[in-house]
Design a protein around this ligand. Structure first.
Ligand code: ADE
Ligand code: ZN
Length: 343
Protein backbone atom coordinates (compact mmCIF):
# COMPACT_ATOMS: atom_id res chain seq x y z
CA UNK A 1 0.00 0.00 0.00
CA UNK A 2 1.08 3.56 -0.61
CA UNK A 3 2.96 5.31 2.15
CA UNK A 4 0.40 8.09 1.59
CA UNK A 5 -2.29 5.97 3.28
CA UNK A 6 0.09 5.04 6.08
CA UNK A 7 0.60 8.75 6.63
CA UNK A 8 -3.15 9.29 6.60
CA UNK A 9 -3.50 6.65 9.33
CA UNK A 10 -0.72 7.99 11.51
CA UNK A 11 -2.18 11.49 11.68
CA UNK A 12 -5.79 10.37 11.79
CA UNK A 13 -7.64 11.53 14.93
CA UNK A 14 -9.21 8.40 16.42
CA UNK A 15 -10.68 6.77 19.53
CA UNK A 16 -9.62 3.46 21.04
CA UNK A 17 -12.54 1.55 22.54
CA UNK A 18 -11.11 -1.92 23.15
CA UNK A 19 -7.91 -1.95 25.15
CA UNK A 20 -7.16 -4.05 28.24
CA UNK A 21 -4.80 -1.98 30.34
CA UNK A 22 -3.17 -5.17 31.69
CA UNK A 23 -2.56 -6.16 28.07
CA UNK A 24 -0.41 -3.06 27.55
CA UNK A 25 2.20 -4.36 29.99
CA UNK A 26 5.41 -4.49 27.94
CA UNK A 27 8.01 -7.11 28.92
CA UNK A 28 10.47 -4.39 30.00
CA UNK A 29 7.99 -3.02 32.54
CA UNK A 30 7.01 -6.56 33.55
CA UNK A 31 10.64 -7.28 34.42
CA UNK A 32 11.19 -3.98 36.23
CA UNK A 33 8.05 -4.42 38.35
CA UNK A 34 8.81 -8.08 39.06
CA UNK A 35 12.18 -7.03 40.45
CA UNK A 36 10.82 -4.11 42.46
CA UNK A 37 7.93 -6.12 43.92
CA UNK A 38 9.90 -9.36 44.23
CA UNK A 39 7.45 -11.35 42.15
CA UNK A 40 9.06 -14.40 40.52
CA UNK A 41 8.70 -14.65 36.73
CA UNK A 42 9.14 -17.89 34.77
CA UNK A 43 11.42 -16.11 32.26
CA UNK A 44 15.13 -15.30 32.31
CA UNK A 45 14.98 -12.23 30.06
CA UNK A 46 12.80 -9.79 28.16
CA UNK A 47 13.66 -11.66 24.96
CA UNK A 48 12.49 -14.90 26.52
CA UNK A 49 9.16 -13.30 27.40
CA UNK A 50 8.66 -12.08 23.85
CA UNK A 51 9.63 -15.50 22.49
CA UNK A 52 6.86 -17.05 24.61
CA UNK A 53 4.21 -14.95 22.84
CA UNK A 54 3.14 -17.62 20.39
CA UNK A 55 -0.47 -18.35 21.06
CA UNK A 56 -2.72 -21.03 19.65
CA UNK A 57 -5.98 -19.68 21.04
CA UNK A 58 -7.47 -17.27 23.58
CA UNK A 59 -6.78 -19.50 26.60
CA UNK A 60 -3.09 -19.96 25.79
CA UNK A 61 -2.80 -16.16 25.77
CA UNK A 62 -4.87 -15.64 28.94
CA UNK A 63 -2.56 -17.96 30.90
CA UNK A 64 0.41 -15.68 30.18
CA UNK A 65 -1.60 -12.48 30.50
CA UNK A 66 -2.77 -13.30 34.03
CA UNK A 67 0.73 -14.46 35.04
CA UNK A 68 2.20 -11.19 33.72
CA UNK A 69 -0.39 -9.06 35.54
CA UNK A 70 0.81 -10.53 38.85
CA UNK A 71 3.72 -8.05 38.90
CA UNK A 72 1.27 -5.14 39.42
CA UNK A 73 0.94 -4.39 43.12
CA UNK A 74 0.94 -0.70 44.05
CA UNK A 75 -1.04 2.36 43.04
CA UNK A 76 2.11 3.67 41.36
CA UNK A 77 2.39 0.43 39.31
CA UNK A 78 -1.13 0.92 37.93
CA UNK A 79 -0.38 4.59 37.28
CA UNK A 80 2.87 3.79 35.44
CA UNK A 81 1.21 1.08 33.36
CA UNK A 82 -1.66 3.36 32.35
CA UNK A 83 0.52 6.39 31.76
CA UNK A 84 2.87 4.43 29.48
CA UNK A 85 -0.08 3.22 27.41
CA UNK A 86 -1.60 6.72 27.18
CA UNK A 87 1.68 8.15 25.91
CA UNK A 88 1.71 5.56 23.12
CA UNK A 89 -1.93 6.33 22.35
CA UNK A 90 -1.16 10.04 22.15
CA UNK A 91 1.70 9.35 19.75
CA UNK A 92 -0.81 7.44 17.59
CA UNK A 93 -3.14 10.48 17.54
CA UNK A 94 -5.74 8.84 19.74
CA UNK A 95 -8.05 11.56 21.11
CA UNK A 96 -10.16 9.35 23.40
CA UNK A 97 -9.68 5.99 25.12
CA UNK A 98 -12.18 3.73 26.87
CA UNK A 99 -9.98 1.12 28.53
CA UNK A 100 -10.86 -2.12 30.28
CA UNK A 101 -9.45 -3.14 33.61
CA UNK A 102 -9.90 -6.50 35.34
CA UNK A 103 -10.12 -5.90 39.12
CA UNK A 104 -10.56 -9.61 39.89
CA UNK A 105 -7.13 -10.36 38.44
CA UNK A 106 -5.71 -8.14 41.17
CA UNK A 107 -8.06 -8.57 44.14
CA UNK A 108 -7.52 -12.35 43.94
CA UNK A 109 -3.83 -11.62 44.71
CA UNK A 110 -4.68 -9.41 47.68
CA UNK A 111 -4.50 -6.05 45.88
CA UNK A 112 -7.29 -3.76 47.08
CA UNK A 113 -9.66 -2.59 44.35
CA UNK A 114 -9.09 1.00 45.56
CA UNK A 115 -5.44 0.74 44.53
CA UNK A 116 -6.42 -0.36 41.04
CA UNK A 117 -8.96 2.46 40.59
CA UNK A 118 -6.65 5.09 42.06
CA UNK A 119 -3.62 4.31 39.88
CA UNK A 120 -5.50 4.05 36.60
CA UNK A 121 -7.68 7.11 37.27
CA UNK A 122 -4.71 9.27 38.27
CA UNK A 123 -3.03 8.56 34.93
CA UNK A 124 -6.25 9.21 32.97
CA UNK A 125 -6.83 12.53 34.76
CA UNK A 126 -3.22 13.65 34.35
CA UNK A 127 -3.31 12.98 30.60
CA UNK A 128 -6.64 14.77 30.26
CA UNK A 129 -5.39 17.74 32.25
CA UNK A 130 -1.93 18.08 30.72
CA UNK A 131 -2.49 16.93 27.15
CA UNK A 132 -6.23 16.95 26.50
CA UNK A 133 -6.25 13.19 25.86
CA UNK A 134 -9.65 11.99 27.06
CA UNK A 135 -9.84 8.70 28.95
CA UNK A 136 -12.47 6.57 30.66
CA UNK A 137 -12.41 3.17 32.37
CA UNK A 138 -14.67 0.13 32.01
CA UNK A 139 -14.65 -2.43 34.83
CA UNK A 140 -14.57 -5.86 33.25
CA UNK A 141 -15.82 -9.04 34.88
CA UNK A 142 -13.87 -12.27 34.36
CA UNK A 143 -16.34 -14.65 32.79
CA UNK A 144 -14.47 -17.83 33.79
CA UNK A 145 -15.40 -16.94 37.40
CA UNK A 146 -18.90 -17.08 38.88
CA UNK A 147 -21.60 -14.43 38.68
CA UNK A 148 -21.54 -14.21 42.49
CA UNK A 149 -17.91 -13.14 42.29
CA UNK A 150 -18.77 -10.56 39.64
CA UNK A 151 -21.54 -9.16 41.87
CA UNK A 152 -19.15 -9.02 44.84
CA UNK A 153 -16.67 -7.12 42.66
CA UNK A 154 -19.29 -4.61 41.55
CA UNK A 155 -20.42 -4.17 45.15
CA UNK A 156 -16.85 -3.54 46.26
CA UNK A 157 -16.61 -0.79 43.61
CA UNK A 158 -19.90 0.86 44.61
CA UNK A 159 -18.39 3.07 47.34
CA UNK A 160 -15.98 4.43 44.69
CA UNK A 161 -18.71 5.50 42.32
CA UNK A 162 -18.75 9.19 43.22
CA UNK A 163 -15.01 9.61 43.59
CA UNK A 164 -14.49 8.23 40.07
CA UNK A 165 -17.68 9.49 38.41
CA UNK A 166 -15.61 11.45 35.85
CA UNK A 167 -13.75 8.36 34.60
CA UNK A 168 -15.59 5.13 35.47
CA UNK A 169 -18.34 4.82 32.90
CA UNK A 170 -19.23 1.18 32.43
CA UNK A 171 -18.85 -2.54 32.86
CA UNK A 172 -17.66 -5.22 30.44
CA UNK A 173 -17.18 -8.96 30.23
CA UNK A 174 -13.94 -10.63 29.20
CA UNK A 175 -11.70 -13.72 29.64
CA UNK A 176 -12.44 -17.27 28.42
CA UNK A 177 -15.52 -17.00 26.21
CA UNK A 178 -16.52 -20.52 25.13
CA UNK A 179 -18.49 -22.26 27.88
CA UNK A 180 -19.17 -18.96 29.68
CA UNK A 181 -22.16 -17.47 27.83
CA UNK A 182 -23.46 -13.97 28.51
CA UNK A 183 -26.60 -15.26 30.29
CA UNK A 184 -24.36 -16.36 33.16
CA UNK A 185 -23.94 -12.65 34.02
CA UNK A 186 -27.53 -11.46 33.56
CA UNK A 187 -28.00 -10.31 37.15
CA UNK A 188 -24.77 -8.41 37.55
CA UNK A 189 -25.37 -6.58 34.27
CA UNK A 190 -28.90 -5.71 35.43
CA UNK A 191 -27.43 -4.18 38.60
CA UNK A 192 -24.89 -2.20 36.57
CA UNK A 193 -27.64 -1.04 34.19
CA UNK A 194 -29.75 0.15 37.13
CA UNK A 195 -26.70 2.11 38.34
CA UNK A 196 -26.63 3.94 35.01
CA UNK A 197 -23.35 2.41 33.88
CA UNK A 198 -22.69 1.70 30.20
CA UNK A 199 -22.69 -1.96 29.20
CA UNK A 200 -20.39 -3.78 26.79
CA UNK A 201 -19.35 -7.42 26.43
CA UNK A 202 -16.85 -9.52 24.54
CA UNK A 203 -18.83 -11.82 22.28
CA UNK A 204 -18.24 -13.70 19.05
CA UNK A 205 -14.44 -13.69 19.37
CA UNK A 206 -14.19 -17.47 19.73
CA UNK A 207 -17.80 -18.01 20.80
CA UNK A 208 -20.72 -18.53 18.39
CA UNK A 209 -23.19 -15.90 17.13
CA UNK A 210 -25.61 -17.04 19.88
CA UNK A 211 -23.29 -15.35 22.38
CA UNK A 212 -23.68 -12.04 20.51
CA UNK A 213 -27.47 -12.40 20.63
CA UNK A 214 -27.11 -13.16 24.34
CA UNK A 215 -24.92 -10.10 24.95
CA UNK A 216 -27.52 -7.89 23.23
CA UNK A 217 -30.74 -9.43 24.55
CA UNK A 218 -29.76 -10.75 27.98
CA UNK A 219 -27.10 -8.21 29.00
CA UNK A 220 -28.31 -5.19 26.98
CA UNK A 221 -24.79 -4.57 25.72
CA UNK A 222 -24.52 -1.31 23.81
CA UNK A 223 -21.37 -2.37 21.95
CA UNK A 224 -19.96 -5.78 21.15
CA UNK A 225 -16.25 -6.37 21.69
CA UNK A 226 -14.86 -8.38 18.76
CA UNK A 227 -18.12 -9.75 17.29
CA UNK A 228 -16.32 -11.12 14.23
CA UNK A 229 -18.32 -14.36 14.24
CA UNK A 230 -21.53 -12.36 13.65
CA UNK A 231 -20.93 -12.92 9.96
CA UNK A 232 -22.01 -16.56 10.33
CA UNK A 233 -25.57 -15.45 11.13
CA UNK A 234 -27.48 -13.46 8.48
CA UNK A 235 -30.25 -12.38 10.87
CA UNK A 236 -27.68 -11.12 13.35
CA UNK A 237 -25.83 -9.18 10.67
CA UNK A 238 -29.13 -7.60 9.71
CA UNK A 239 -29.77 -6.58 13.30
CA UNK A 240 -26.28 -5.12 13.83
CA UNK A 241 -26.66 -3.12 10.64
CA UNK A 242 -30.25 -1.97 11.28
CA UNK A 243 -29.64 -0.94 14.87
CA UNK A 244 -26.17 0.48 14.23
CA UNK A 245 -24.62 -1.63 16.98
CA UNK A 246 -20.86 -1.02 17.01
CA UNK A 247 -18.26 -3.80 17.00
CA UNK A 248 -14.84 -3.10 18.51
CA UNK A 249 -12.68 -5.29 16.29
CA UNK A 250 -9.03 -6.09 17.06
CA UNK A 251 -7.36 -7.43 13.90
CA UNK A 252 -3.84 -8.18 15.20
CA UNK A 253 -5.37 -9.89 18.23
CA UNK A 254 -7.50 -12.06 15.96
CA UNK A 255 -4.38 -12.97 14.00
CA UNK A 256 -2.25 -13.75 17.08
CA UNK A 257 -5.01 -15.82 18.72
CA UNK A 258 -5.67 -17.74 15.49
CA UNK A 259 -9.23 -16.44 15.06
CA UNK A 260 -8.02 -15.84 11.48
CA UNK A 261 -5.12 -17.60 9.78
CA UNK A 262 -4.09 -14.61 7.71
CA UNK A 263 -5.05 -10.96 8.03
CA UNK A 264 -6.15 -11.10 4.38
CA UNK A 265 -8.91 -13.47 5.52
CA UNK A 266 -10.25 -10.99 8.08
CA UNK A 267 -13.88 -9.98 7.64
CA UNK A 268 -13.50 -6.39 8.87
CA UNK A 269 -13.63 -4.90 5.36
CA UNK A 270 -16.61 -7.05 4.36
CA UNK A 271 -18.52 -5.99 7.45
CA UNK A 272 -17.59 -2.34 6.93
CA UNK A 273 -18.80 -2.52 3.31
CA UNK A 274 -22.09 -4.00 4.51
CA UNK A 275 -22.69 -0.99 6.71
CA UNK A 276 -21.75 -2.52 10.07
CA UNK A 277 -20.22 -0.01 12.49
CA UNK A 278 -16.82 -1.66 12.91
CA UNK A 279 -13.90 0.03 14.65
CA UNK A 280 -10.21 -0.89 14.85
CA UNK A 281 -8.58 -1.43 18.25
CA UNK A 282 -5.50 -3.04 19.76
CA UNK A 283 -6.92 -5.28 22.57
CA UNK A 284 -3.65 -6.31 24.28
CA UNK A 285 -0.97 -4.51 22.28
CA UNK A 286 2.05 -5.62 24.33
CA UNK A 287 1.16 -9.23 23.54
CA UNK A 288 -0.16 -8.96 19.98
CA UNK A 289 2.57 -6.96 18.29
CA UNK A 290 1.11 -3.52 17.82
CA UNK A 291 -0.76 -0.50 19.12
CA UNK A 292 -3.70 1.08 17.33
CA UNK A 293 -1.86 2.58 14.35
CA UNK A 294 -0.08 -0.71 13.73
CA UNK A 295 -3.50 -2.38 13.70
CA UNK A 296 -4.85 0.20 11.23
CA UNK A 297 -1.83 -0.09 8.94
CA UNK A 298 -1.67 -3.90 8.92
CA UNK A 299 -5.43 -4.12 8.29
CA UNK A 300 -5.48 -1.43 5.61
CA UNK A 301 -2.62 -3.18 3.80
CA UNK A 302 -4.06 -6.69 4.08
CA UNK A 303 -7.63 -5.72 3.09
CA UNK A 304 -6.74 -2.91 0.70
CA UNK A 305 -8.84 -0.31 2.49
CA UNK A 306 -9.11 3.01 0.69
CA UNK A 307 -8.80 6.47 2.26
CA UNK A 308 -12.58 6.91 2.64
CA UNK A 309 -12.84 3.58 4.46
CA UNK A 310 -9.98 4.45 6.78
CA UNK A 311 -11.63 7.76 7.67
CA UNK A 312 -14.98 6.00 8.14
CA UNK A 313 -13.38 3.64 10.70
CA UNK A 314 -12.17 6.65 12.70
CA UNK A 315 -15.61 8.29 12.40
CA UNK A 316 -17.24 5.17 13.82
CA UNK A 317 -14.74 5.10 16.68
CA UNK A 318 -15.88 8.54 17.87
CA UNK A 319 -19.56 7.85 17.22
CA UNK A 320 -19.42 4.57 19.16
CA UNK A 321 -17.76 6.17 22.20
CA UNK A 322 -19.63 6.95 25.40
CA UNK A 323 -19.09 10.71 25.51
CA UNK A 324 -21.68 13.48 25.20
CA UNK A 325 -22.83 14.31 21.66
CA UNK A 326 -21.22 17.77 21.77
CA UNK A 327 -17.80 16.25 22.42
CA UNK A 328 -18.29 13.75 19.58
CA UNK A 329 -19.12 16.67 17.27
CA UNK A 330 -15.84 18.39 18.15
CA UNK A 331 -13.80 15.30 17.27
CA UNK A 332 -15.84 14.56 14.15
CA UNK A 333 -15.23 18.10 12.91
CA UNK A 334 -11.52 17.74 13.57
CA UNK A 335 -11.57 14.45 11.67
CA UNK A 336 -13.44 15.99 8.72
CA UNK A 337 -10.96 18.86 8.50
CA UNK A 338 -8.03 16.45 8.66
CA UNK A 339 -9.52 14.18 5.98
CA UNK A 340 -10.29 17.14 3.69
CA UNK A 341 -6.66 18.24 3.94
CA UNK A 342 -5.53 14.81 2.83
CA UNK A 343 -7.20 14.64 -0.60
N1 ADE B 1 -8.79 -10.34 28.18
C1 ADE B 1 -7.78 -9.65 27.61
N2 ADE B 1 -7.85 -9.77 26.28
C2 ADE B 1 -8.93 -10.53 25.99
C3 ADE B 1 -9.54 -10.99 24.81
N3 ADE B 1 -9.05 -10.71 23.60
N4 ADE B 1 -10.63 -11.77 24.91
C4 ADE B 1 -11.13 -12.07 26.10
N5 ADE B 1 -10.60 -11.66 27.24
C5 ADE B 1 -9.51 -10.88 27.19
ZN1 ZN C 1 -10.49 -7.83 24.53
Amino acid sequence: MSTHLHELIRGLPKAELHLHIEGSLEPEMMFALAKKNQVPLPYASVDEVRAAYNFEDLQSFLDLYYAGAAVLRTEQDFFDLTFAYLQKAMADNVRHVELFFDPQTHTSRGVNIRIVFAGIARALRKMQHEHGLSGRMILSFLRHLSEEEAIATLESALPLREEYADVWIGVGLDSAEVGNPPEKFRHVFAIAEAMGLHLVAHAGEEGPPAYIWGALDELHAERIDHGVRAEEDAALMHRLQEQGIPLTVCPLSNLKLCVVKDLRDHNLARMLRRGIRVTINSDDPAYFGGYINANFIATADALMLNADEIVQLARYSFEASFVPAEQKEIWLRELATYAAGFQ
